[in-house]
Design a protein around this ligand. Structure first.
Ligand SMILES: Nc1nc2c(ncn2[C@@H]2O[C@H](COP(=O)(O)OP(=O)(O)O)[C@@H](O)[C@H]2O)c(=O)[nH]1
Ligand SMILES: Nc1ncnc2c1ncn2[C@@H]1O[C@H](COP(=O)(O)OP(=O)(O)O)[C@@H](O)[C@H]1O
Length: 608
């Protein structure tokens, strides 16, 4: 990225209307309006790979379910003050009696990496960002009414009565900031979540493409209708003499008109004492821009419809620019659109040059997966204990048959049951490829032992299976997730669950314990998916559950007894490792909106 695309230093104000690198997408609005919900959708939507959420610092206590480093960096007041003194914040503010701030470095790094940074900040923060001249699109999300805002906050169940009251009071001031000229680029009325999310996603695409805001997206005047004495008094206290809050009161603008202007059904907008309704009032129909009029006429959906139906020559030049850029990007980035589903080769193009780490790479499925990923143009980190087998794999993938470049293959001798060895993997990768980290993790390492019956099983075999199949998987996953979080770049984790994660095979012959570990892997796979969603990251998680595959697995299970292994693998026409590798490729090739969760594949002849 050239110098012109880097984030300007604080205080410098470049022409923020020129076409630069990606812009920050700043989402602002009162507490409870749905910013978090909208951002969550954005971050798991089709453009997620081109966006990075800026994790703020705060002195607020973590709520249940909030994770340090994911939702916020939870810090002490002292540490926060130290950050201010050291100039580490792009912006910071006291909000609802706590301190919040955005790391300058993190936003800078995101923009430099070619992604649009997504910020959730309060109005004070928005002002500072505007003043600093950071290339950004500033979006204000407004609630349909204060009553609805209160209902949402209450429904969320995170606030005490005191903090709830504080948030509702602050909301009035925050909404009045909409009338600060040039502060916000867009106003989104979050009455319909789907429509608002669609509109935010459209704005995010502009931020990614580095396009400026379309003009006229915030009406000239935004009124906040208060009903009755109670509301008007509160507005007066909060807003000062020229506050737009309460101007309408129950007088000049009727709530019905306000509702119509905001595109709501009159019945929904009927006020109750102390509630407020937001309306967007262009200053005179003649002067208002088409976009402002669209706002006044209806919800963001109506606005989008209007834009779609506008004749081409009436479209903003920026709109055409955006469409051209999107077209180019789609060609470059491969199929992230709906049409991509099923086209494996095209879907895999998006992964070219990405780094896949495969455990248990020295034989069978792991070996075949490395080979297949290499053919598909990924860089491969092959992890296994047996050095000589990794050398053989290296010979194969660098041969003409596979055709990997020597620099694209990194064999690493590592035992997944050893925490220190697993944790060291990202450092080894960065040393080899300074620009890279784990984008894809294929957790394949796993084993079974045939002396594991619950009647007289061998404890050492139980420990070996737990250590490799469960702990090895979990430690490798944690390593990959931390590496993805460090780079704020979320890829794909694929776990070899196996058919034994779904049913218990040959229990009398000692299969129970192996199945127990594989049931755990299935639980981990589904749990990881849920954690990713809860943590608002676009990581995708897949499990693959093959039945009998012709590999060394059965020899290991029989402690090297080839004939015992042969007895199993010759009992039917088994799956081949390449069949499973193809399933891995298919999981990866899915378009970003699609997550393949579990694939069960059996040899046709296999009974259970
Ligand atoms: N200025 C600023 N505000 C922030 C930052 N992070 C969060 N906020 C704002 O702080 C307010 C409170 O956020 P939070 O404690 O998560 O509560 P919530 O909005 O009720 O979910 C919201 O208005 C956020 O937009 C930040 O880094 N800077
Ligand atoms: N358009 C909407 N309609 C109804 N409820 C919504 C809408 N948008 C968000 N919510 C709900 O409102 C609550 C507050 O949303 P949240 O994203 O936590 O707000 P914020 O992050 O702005 O404080 C959540 O329970 C969310 O599910």
């Amino acid at each position: 990225m050239g110098a012109e695309q880097s984030t300007p230093a604080e205080g410098q104000a470049p022409d923020s209307n020129t076409l630069t690198g990606p812009r920050a997408l700043v989402v602002c609005g009162p507490s409870g309006v749905g910013k978090g919900t909208l951002i969550k959708r954005l971050m798991s939507g089709p453009d997620a790979a081109k966006l990075a959420f800026s994790v703020s610092h705060t002195t607020r206590k973590a709520r249940d379910g909030e994770v340090d480093g994911i939702h916020y960096h939870f810090v002490s007041k002292e540490d926060f003050q130290e950050g201010i003194a050291a100039g580490r914040f792009l912006e910071h503010a006291e909000v609802h009696a706590n301190l919040y701030g955005t790391s300058k470095q993190a936003v800078q790094d995101t923009l430099t990496s070619g992604k649009a940074a997504v910020l959730d900040v309060d109005v004070q923060g928005a002002r500072q960002i505007r003043k600093a001249g950071v290339p950004a699109l500033l979006v204000f999300v407004a609630p349909p009414s204060l009553e609805e805002l209160e209902r949402r906050l209450r429904g969320r169940g995170t606030e005490t009565p005191v903090s709830m009251e504080r948030r509702i009071q602050n909301a009035r001031d925050e909404i009045s900031s909409l009338n600060e000229r040039g502060l916000f680029d867009y106003l989104l009325l979050n009455d319909d979540l789907e429509a608002t999310a669609a509109e935010l996603s459209r704005i995010a695409q502009r931020a990614i493409a580095g396009l400026p805001a379309e003009p006229g997206q915030v009406p000239d005047e935004v009124r906040f209708e208060e009903d009755g004495e109670e509301g008007a008094a509160a507005a007066g206290a909060a807003g000062g003499a020229d506050s737009v809050l309460g101007i309408g009161g129950s007088g000049s603008t009727s709530n019905a008109a306000a509702a119509a202007a905001a595109g709501m059904q009159a019945a929904e907008a009927l006020p109750t004492v102390g509630s407020g309704t937001i309306s967007t009032v262009p200053k005179g129909a003649q002067q208002s821009s088409p976009a402002a009029a669209a706002h006044a006429q209806g919800s963001p959906v109506a606005q989008q419809r209007q834009q779609q139906s506008a004749p081409a020559q009436q479209q903003q030049p920026q709109q055409q620019e955006l469409e051209q850029q999107q077209e180019q990007e789609q060609q470059l980035a491969g199929p992230s659109g709906a049409a991509a589903g099923g086209d494996v080769a095209a879907g895999l193009d998006a992964w070219r040059g990405k780094v896949a780490l495969v455990t248990g790479a020295s034989s069978g499925i792991g070996w075949a997966v490395c080979e297949a990923l290499g053919r598909a143009g990924l860089r491969v980190v092959a992890v296994a204990r047996r050095r000589e087998r990794l050398q053989e794999l290296q010979q194969l993938v660098l041969s003409a048959a596979v055709g990997m470049a020597p620099s694209d293959f990194l064999p690493v001798v590592c035992d997944v049951t050893k925490e220190a060895e697993v944790s060291a993997l990202p450092k080894i990768i960065v040393k080899h490829w300074p620009d890279a980290g784990v984008d894809v993790l294929v957790n394949n390492a796993g084993l079974s032992r045939n002396d594991a019956s619950l009647f007289d099983g061998n404890t050492a075999s139980w420990v070996e299976m737990v250590s490799t199949n469960i702990l090895g998987n979990a430690m490798a996953t944690r390593m990959a997730l931390q590496d993805m979080r460090r780079r704020n770049s979320w890829g794909h984790v694929i776990n070899m669950v196996g058919l034994s994660g779904h049913r218990i095979p040959d229990a009398p012959a000692g299969g129970t314990f192996f199945a127990a570990t594989k049931f755990a892997v299935r639980a981990i796979t589904e749990g990881l998916r849920q954690e990713a969603r809860a943590n608002k990251v676009p990581l995708r998680v897949s499990g693959i559950s093959p039945g009998l595959v012709e590999t060394e697995f059965f020899t290991v299970r029989a402690f090297g007894d080839e004939s015992a292994a042969k007895a199993v693998t010759s009992s039917m026409q088994c799956l081949q490792p390449s069949d499973v590798a193809n399933a891995v490729l298919w999981c990866l090739s899915a378009p970003p909106y699609m997550e393949v969760n579990d694939i069960v594949i059996r040899p046709t002849q296999q009974m259970i």
